[in-house]
Design a protein around this ligand. Structure first.
Ligand code: GLY
Length: 366
């Protein structure tokens, strides 16, 4: 007679509250539930913050720069997880998440062209490949781009995802895994009855854990829709520096997302005329036919930025794990952050996320 096998997960019965329902909170809740935790997610407006506004490009390679090895390492660790993470969500949700597979960074002047060579060499030393394209090759890859572009840097595998489809997929996956979503605002972590807490409330995390070094950085972004007969959108994420401002075009199934301004403006989320003017001008400098598109939406969000532009992920007490500080890279950093948080809940550390440890700052314990 065979003996009955009862599989007990090590987290059986333990409860965790996830505070914050952006992509980071939802992914942590989903993965924690899969790991056996009883998870409740608290947010009065799930999926309405920076995750909803985002462009969705996954670009740690083309943002690489000598001296920023740690940022490249954590970003690349997450990029490498995206095919598996996104594929699992696509199968579970039936939604298509990926909108492109590569990025093309372009140089509009000689200084930018020098920078592209610097990035290519930096990536080569880090064991990542990036290919410098001539002016002619840039236009062969993306014929709609401006003729004045001097050089390009093609980074294979730097995909982009539809952030809003991602939110829908994560919410569904979390619910299917047993996560209970409560539409309530948490004002005090001590008032939560759970055994453990994951604080993933973006820039607002500092209100709940005073001293956490995260601040809001406003970003305005445009959503343009293709109209019949318009010049086709780029097939890759296109990035460049225009008038000293970083600009990007991220393809979507129905058009293009244009981003993004960067302003230290407290918690202001109003879209300004100047922001829209600059984004339209910069997009037009990259792709002259952009004016043919329908102006569909302008929105602003608050990126949760850390002092060194590396996320803040890990335990800050025996009970609380934080997952914030993702700055411009929240969508990119979602898979590795969820893995790091599940490891932290189990008392472990994910080696790839060592640079993101909260202990690198003086985070007051409570
Ligand atoms: N994800 C790019 C930005 O925040 O502008």
């Amino acid at each position: 007679m065979g003996s009955e096998v009862i599989v007990m997960h090590s987290n059986s019965g333990a409860t965790v509250s996830v505070v914050g329902g952006g992509v980071i909170g939802l992914a942590c809740a989903w993965r924690a539930a899969q790991a056996g935790w009883h998870v409740t997610l608290h947010d009065p407006a799930v999926g309405s913050g920076a995750s909803h506004v985002a462009g969705g490009m996954l670009a740690p390679l083309s943002e690489g720069w000598p001296g920023e090895e740690a940022a490249l390492a954590v970003g690349a660790a997450s990029l490498d997880r995206w095919p598996g993470f996104g594929g699992e969500l696509e199968r579970a949700s039936g939604l298509s998440l990926f909108t492109t597979t590569d990025s093309l960074t372009v140089a509009l002047d000689a200084a930018d062209a020098e920078d592209l060579h610097t990035i290519a060499e930096f990536l080569g030393r880090a064991g990542r490949t990036a290919r410098v394209l001539t002016r002619r090759e840039v236009r062969e890859h993306e014929p709609m781009l401006a003729r004045g572009i001097r050089l390009g840097l093609l980074t294979d595998g730097e995909s982009a995802v539809d952030n809003r489809a991602l939110l829908t997929a994560l919410r569904g996956a979390a619910a299917d895994a047993g996560v209970e979503i409560r539409g309530e605002q948490v004002a005090d972590l001590d008032a939560l009855e759970s055994d453990r807490v994951v604080l993933a409330a973006g820039h607002a995390s500092a209100r709940l854990w005073p001293g956490l070094q995260v601040r809001p950085v406003k970003g305005e972004i445009l959503r343009l829709r293709a109209r019949p007969g318009v010049t086709p959108a780029p097939t890759r994420t296109v990035r460049g520096v225009v008038h000293g401002r970083p600009a990007y075009l991220v393809p979507r199934a129905d058009g293009i997302v244009v981003g993004a301004t960067q302003l230290e403006a407290g918690e202001d989320t109003q879209v300004t005329v100047a922001g829209v003017r600059d984004l339209v001008a910069d997009a037009e400098a990259l792709m002259p036919a952009i004016g043919e598109y329908e102006f569909h939406e302008a929105a602003a969000g608050l990126r949760p930025c850390s002092p060194d532009n590396i996320p803040i992920v890990g335990a800050v007490s025996d009970r609380v794990v934080v997952a914030t500080g993702h700055g411009r890279n929240g969508i990119l950093m979602t898979p590795v952050t969820a893995d790091a948080v599940v490891a932290a809940l189990a008392g472990d550390e994910l080696p790839e996320m060592a640079p993101a440890s909260p202990t690198r700052f003086a985070v007051p314990a409570r």
